[in-house]
Design a protein around this ligand. Structure first.
Ligand SMILES: [Ca+2]
Ligand SMILES: [Ca+2]
Length: 504
């Protein structure tokens, strides 16, 4: 066949096969992890040895984005941002007090978009925020809810957990030996079968689905709750982390001296927990339990990946894994999340495409979890979501060329107008009162030395500040302004009487 015929005959056929054949609609395995910072093997965020063989294996299967950041440092707004492709400043969903569906009923989320385009969408565990009213059934053909078998007694808010039975705290609680912020802030290796833990149940749901499903393309979401608190897991995972090998974060008592008042307030929120933990001599013990939680979650991930690899879906399934935000374990005097520093914003993000990009790639360009929705749309050949602005961009160019320079940096928004932008080298923070921080992560990876006020960094400050949002969607209505009915999954606006339904 001459070149002319090849061009006009074979290429279009190849194109058609790619577009409309089996490969035009790859499956998706969508894995969410909760409160996992950069303490994973392939990111090197922990100064000691963290054991995450399965996260590391997954990273090697595709592209690991090692400079990826959350859109918001709290569960609900972060997850809504990932699942809608919009910053809180676009959607108005800024906090855990905001139900997205009654506030922005037209918002199309990732699972809904896949379902609208012929995919079978199923899931288990924590994908949207885990309290009642955040996970409309309309997005899913089937969903196994997170039932909190690990810590039923910690879910004391009846309005947030109406589906969980009342249960007294067990004998010996708190297992950490310290009374902390809430029942949730506890840790222990527990003596119960691994299969009884919530994350094992979520993994098992995915395993059963992969083993039984045949036919139509699927979107399978698996949401792991660890290392979210409480740090409960099967006891054996503690053996991975002998206490005398635990590294505690470098402690610089004067670190907050050059942080503006608004930043200090974020750092000191729940600082009392860190103080109690350290005063009790249990800082290393707490870290040991965070690490063991990570390894327990990693083991569940491993079972899921192993099942996928042995299934007929292996060659045609896109895999993405992300964590909703990070966690401080004492850096900046902080214990928990809800800040704009590296410990909270930097998260694992892995994309594996069976048809695109090499394996074992690392992309160190600044990326955002907001990029996931456009990436999945492109990888699966779905139409863009009509009339829905997206604040991220597809990562496909970086799957093809991981070193490709990216001019767009990663923006994080915390509540109303506390904001940060992370570039390749720098982090710029501006709080609602206009106060600022600037760090050079290459020379100062701990973000100890605030460079604001140094005239030689003024051009960088100016460039980065220009990337922060300038338009702010009004804050969504608080959940207290709605009446939520889990059956048939409706919200009634207490003032207007308007009803929004999220039922299937
Ligand atoms: Ca979280
Ligand atoms: Ca400092």
């Amino acid at each position: 066949m001459n070149l002319f015929l090849k061009f006009f005959f074979i290429l279009p056929i190849a194109f058609c096969i790619l577009q409309f054949g089996a490969k035009s609609a790859p499956n998706v395995l969508f894995i969410a992890v909760d409160d996992l910072n950069d303490w994973v093997g392939f990111m090197g965020g922990y100064s000691g040895q963290v054991k995450t063989p399965n996260l590391d294996r997954l990273a090697k299967m595709g592209t690991a984005f090692t400079n990826a950041h959350t859109a918001s440092p709290v569960c609900c707004p972060s997850r809504v941002a990932v699942l809608s492709g919009q910053l809180p400043t676009t959607s108005g969903i800024y906090s855990n007090r905001h139900w997205w569906k009654p506030n922005v009923p037209e918002l199309v989320t990732i699972p809904a978009h896949f379902r609208n385009n012929g995919y079978k969408t199923v899931g288990a565990g924590k994908i949207f925020h885990h309290t009642e009213g955040n996970n409309p059934p309309e997005s899913w053909d089937d969903f196994q809810a997170l039932e909190f078998h690990d810590d039923t007694f910690a879910r004391t808010r009846r309005d947030q957990y109406p589906f969980i039975p009342d249960q007294d705290a067990p004998k010996g609680f708190p297992f950490s030996g310290i009374e902390l912020y809430s029942n949730e802030v506890d840790w222990a290796g527990l003596d119960k079968p691994e299969s009884d833990f919530d994350d094992a149940r979520a993994a098992q749901y995915g395993i059963d689905f992969l083993n039984s499903h045949r036919g139509s393309p699927f979107f399978l979401a698996c949401g792991f709750f660890r290392p979210h608190m409480p740090w409960y897991f099967p006891k054996k995972y503690l053996d991975l982390y002998p206490l005398d090998e635990i590294e505690v974060p470098a402690d610089l008592p004067e670190d907050l001296d050059d942080v503006p008042e608004a930043g200090k307030q974020l750092a000191m929120k729940k600082h009392v927990d860190l103080k109690k933990v350290r005063d009790a001599g249990k800082w290393a013990t707490a870290i040991q339990h965070y690490l063991a939680s990570i390894s327990f979650m990693d083991a569940q991930l491993g079972q899921l990946l192993e099942t996928l690899e042995k299934s007929p879906h292996a060659a045609d399934t896109v895999i993405v894994l992300w964590s909703d935000h990070g966690w401080h374990l004492g850096e900046k005097q902080h214990w928990h999340k809800r800040t704009l520093w590296e410990e909270t914003t930097r998260v694992p993000l892995i994309v594996v495409s069976p048809h695109l990009g090499e394996s074992n790639q690392v992309c160190a360009q600044p990326t955002s979890l907001l990029d996931l929705f456009p990436t999945l749309i492109e990888l699966c050949g779905l139409p863009v979501v009509a009339d829905q602005a997206m604040d991220g961009v597809s990562l496909v160019p970086w799957l093809l060329y991981p070193a490709k320079h990216r001019t767009r940096n990663a923006v994080t928004v915390h509540e109303l107008q506390h904001m940060s932008v992370r570039s390749n080298q720098y982090r710029y923070i501006r709080y609602i009162d206009g106060s600022e921080e600037l760090y050079d992560l290459w020379g100062d990876p701990n973000e100890w030395d605030n460079l604001i006020g140094d005239p030689s960094f003024e051009p960088i400050r100016k460039d980065l500040s220009a990337e922060l949002p300038t338009q702010f969607a009004p804050s969504a209505k608080s959940y207290t302004q709605f009446e939520f009915d889990p059956r048939p999954y409706t919200w009634t606006d207490k003032k207007t009487g308007a009803v929004v339904s999220g039922s299937r």
